[in-house]
Structures are given as structure tokens and as C-alpha cells.
Design a protein around this ligand. Structure first.
Ligand SMILES: [Zn+2]
Length: 103
């Protein structure tokens, strides 16, 4: 297990930073125009239900979560990375030499 610790760390950090922090979208409603920044028929992929809550365009992530906003974002990024590490594609993209070891 320690043999591949450097490669594993590189991969999990890449997933955390690039896809964990680099993805996601805050659903917002423009307070001036009432326009949503997502399709009105968009469904929650987990429940299949319509989106009923969203931020206002004047609100920020840190306003809503206060002192927890940074920790919450780090947990979100880690969750994305830990989910994606179970697929072959990240190994193919970020660690080609490692990928050959697992196939
Ligand atoms: Zn982070």
C-alpha cells in the first residue's frame, strides 16, 4: 500500500482541487429580473423532484454558512474526490502509469 502512496496522494489532491472545488453550481434567482440561472424544469437528480429552493443573486455562500462556509466547502470537495476515486477514469487521466497496475 505504501508503494503507491505518492501516486495516490497526487490523484486524491487533483480530484479534490480540480473537480471538488472546480465544479458545482449555486442555483440563484436574480432579484431584479426574477430570472433563474437554471432551467425551471430541472429536477433534483437524487429525488426526481423539482428545484424549490435557491439563493438570491444578492446572497453569497459565506453569508449563508457563516464561519462554517470554508469547512463546508472543503468537505464538499473531499466528498467529490472520494466518490470519483472509485472510477477508472481518474486513474487514466491523472495517473496513467498507476492505471496499468489496476487493470
Ligand atoms: Zn480544498
Amino acid at each position: 500500500m505504501c508503494k503507491y502512496s505518492k501516486e495516490s496522494l497526487t490523484l486524491i489532491v487533483a480530484l479534490h482541487e480540480l473537480l471538488g472545488h472546480g465544479t458545482g453550481k449555486l442555483f440563484t434567482k436574480n432579484v431584479e429580473t426574477g430570472e433563474l440561472n437554471f432551467p425551471q424544469d430541472f429536477k433534483n437528480p437524487f429525488t426526481g423532484e423539482s428545484i424549490t429552493t435557491y439563493y438570491l443573486s444578492t446572497e453569497t455562500w459565506s453569508q449563508k454558512f457563516g464561519k462554517l462556509h470554508s469547512g463546508y466547502e472543503e468537505c464538499r470537495a473531499d466528498t467529490v474526490a472520494l466518490h470519483l476515486i472509485h472510477f477508472n477514469e481518474p486513474f487514466e487521466i491523472f495517473c496513467k502509469s498507476c492505471f496499468n497496475l489496476f487493470t
